[in-house]
Design a binder for this molecule. Structure first.
Ligand code: UT7
Length: 341
């Protein structure tokens, strides 16, 4: 006889709880693809890539390495740091545009690998902004007492959807994963403010047009490479600067803080010129910004998560610091968060 389903979880009327990041982790594939190697593949140069983007090299996953493999590695590192076992995880959210499979969700593949059998699992599709969308969802669930322990992951195998004949895009992207474990930590620091925004009128400027229900891949359209990233670079660039600055202002205002109060800004890692433009608008020196795009390129949803883990592990951020995370991506989507570490 089947047992009856558990009663639905309800929002509690208890006061909202503080949500802290209690562990971070990241993973980068071994294979390094340098600008010099790209010079052999398309009409580009190390000089062009460095001066226009700040990228020196990026990591490329092995052919048999999937997004969930990288996500699992990052998750295990975050869980180890947080000293959280798989059984304690209530929810797994994976932010990605390169899921292992259209369904099941990549989060379910990760669950299987971790053995986190108590967890509910789903993916978030918000392109490069996905990790902060996942952070916002996690913090809503924890602060309202629905869940205690949430694992969020940004993971991408962008090499699988890159057109390696298109110099406008193939020099920009890389693979990797970053993760964080969130939990209520009474009387402690944590997430102070979060903000998310989108503008679907810009769907066409950063898109993988083929492979979904709108435009299935067929033998006829295969040569058009519609299952790869298409981007109107200049337009995306302009929108990125405007949206990220506005999002950062919003999270800061909601936190009741000023830019001078922020110890470290961890932005989406797309282009050093975008970060410099934002720094100028914020009137902050570049040494306040954590940058690793020179080594990893743009890893979409993984980028801010990998940078956060690095900044934490190399003590660029310290207990009590106010940090500002701000991201931007296809959709268009953007998000920001102020956290006291
Ligand atoms: O993660 C989601 C968000 N994504 C972004 O934020 C990306 C935003 N966009 C960008 O970062 C920049 O727009 C790019 C790096 C993509 C391009 O830089 P740009 O300064 O906007 O260059 P452009 O597209 O205006 O191209 C300038 C020139 C063009 O040649 P002509 O028409 O002036 O003769 C391009 O064909 O550079 C050429 N070009 C290249 N040359 C050498 C474009 N890509 C390359 C390349 N190597 N890889």
């Amino acid at each position: 006889m089947r047992s009856s389903p558990p009663p639905p979880q309800r929002r509690s009327s208890k006061p909202r709880r503080t949500v802290s990041i209690i562990g971070t982790g990241s993973y980068a594939p071994e294979r390094i693809l340098t600008n010099r190697e790209l010079e052999q593949m398309v009409d580009t140069s190390d000089e062009w890539i460095r001066t226009r983007t700040g990228i020196g090299e990026r990591r490329i996953a092995a052919p048999n390495e999937s997004t969930s493999d990288m996500a699992t590695a990052a998750a295990l590192a975050a869980m180890e740091q947080a000293q959280v076992s798989a059984e304690e995880i209530d929810l797994i959210i994976v932010a990605t545009v390169t899921p292992d499979t259209a369904f099941p969700a990549t989060a379910c593949w990760v669950q299987k690998r971790l053995g986190a059998m108590r967890a509910a699992c789903f993916d978030v599709s918000a392109a490069c902004a996905g990790f902060l969308y996942a952070l916002e969802i996690a913090q809503q669930f924890i602060s309202t007492h629905v869940y205690n322990t949430v694992l969020i992951i940004g993971a991408e195998k962008l090499s699988a959807i890159t057109d390696w004949t298109d110099r406008n895009t193939c020099v920009l992207f890389g693979d990797g994963a970053g993760a964080a474990v969130l939990r209520n930590r009474p009387n402690s620091h944590g997430v102070i403010s979060t903000y998310m925004g989108s503008d679907g009128t810009f769907t066409d400027i950063l898109i993988m047009p083929g492979g979904g229900s709108r435009c299935p891949i067929t033998p006829e359209n295969l040569p058009e490479r519609l299952n790869t990233i298409k981007m109107a670079g200049k337009e995306v660039y302009k929108q990125a600067v405007t949206s990220m600055f506005a999002a950062a202002n919003r999270a800061l205002e909601d936190a009741g803080l000023k830019y001078e109060d922020i110890a470290c800004v961890i932005p989406h890692q797309a282009n050093i010129r975008i970060i410099e433009a934002i720094a100028e608008r914020m009137r902050l020196p570049m040494d306040k910004f954590y940058v690793n795009l020179d080594r990893f390129g743009n890893t979409s949803a993984a980028a801010v998560a990998m940078a956060l883990d690095e900044a934490h592990r190399n003590q660029r951020i310290k207990i009590g610091d106010y940090i500002l995370l701000v991201v931007f991506g296809g959709g268009l989507t953007w998000a920001s968060s102020v956290i006291q570490w």
